[in-house]
Design a protein around this ligand. Structure first.
Ligand code: CTP
Ligand code: MG
Length: 222
């Protein structure tokens, strides 16, 4: 299977704060973008990496994939995550790749093993998402009042990297998509999306304290 990986880095990181977009913020002395590039490119099936950089920061992202030569391309993203995915998709030659990985650079702890696992799951699915069972009880709330407590056994929290058959992802992005993840678009068109077990520690860097937790987790892992 030939895969292209879209690494989404075009967000501003407003909740994180700081002087630079989130993808250039450092963890263990290296930008989040470099962590994602390493994990994706160590995956044997990945032959192309598409970095979707923040507007005005394409030049700053370039050096992080320079070592990949023609195996990487840097573009700038849109104003929503979905637009950034679409911009990445447009750079992937339809006839050359049968699977596409979509990964948030905001998840620097994602391992190559997780990239491999989601790709493996594509054997009998249109999309594969890493998922962890939720450990908190989840309630639906309206205006501060609990309307419903959801049965926790059926609930999972979903992460990236997510893997898709290229045709399914292109089809899903063909309309006027609005969703928080790409799998939801594939599901909406009746596609079969399956889950693989994910590590709880594949956290998304959102707020400043997430960086402290991520540093600690990296130390435990090494
Ligand atoms: N993303 C993107 N293009 C956008 C918005 C988000 O490529 N227009 C990417 C981010 O770079 C990130 C992922 O989508 O890797 C998840 O987004 P999020 O965690 O919300 O990151 P930011 O949008 O950067 O953070 P914030 O919402 O706090 O500004
Ligand atoms: Mg955001």
């Amino acid at each position: 299977m030939r895969s292209a990986a879209i690494l989404l880095a075009a967000g501003r990181g407003e909740r994180l704060g700081g002087d630079v977009p989130k993808c250039f913020v450092e963890l263990e002395g290296r930008p989040l973008l470099a962590h994602a590039v390493d994990a994706a490119t160590a995956c044997a099936a990945v032959e192309l990496v598409v970095v979707v950089a923040p507007q005005g920061f394409g030049g700053r992202a370039g050096p992080h994939v320079a070592h990949l030569g023609e195996g990487a391309v840097v573009i700038v993203g849109g104003s929503t995550r979905q637009e950034s995915v679409a911009a990445g998709l447009a750079k992937i030659d339809e006839s050359s790749f049968d699977s596409i990985l979509v990964h948030d650079v905001a998840r620097p702890l994602a391992t190559t093993a997780l990239f491999d696992a989601v790709l493996l799951g594509l054997a009998d699915a249109d999309g594969v998402v890493p998922a962890v069972p939720v450990s908190d009880t989840i309630k639906r709330v309206r205006g501060g009042v609990v309307a419903e407590t959801l049965p926790r056994e059926a609930l999972v929290a979903v992460q990236t990297p997510q893997a898709f058959r290229a045709t399914a992802l292109r089809h899903a992005h063909g309309g006027d998509p609005e969703a928080t993840d790409d799998a939801a678009l594939v599901e909406a068109l009746g596609g079969r999306v399956v889950v693989v077990a994910a590590p709880r520690w594949n956290l998304k860097i959102t707020e400043p304290e997430d960086l402290i937790v991520a540093e600690a987790l990296l130390q435990v892992r090494s």
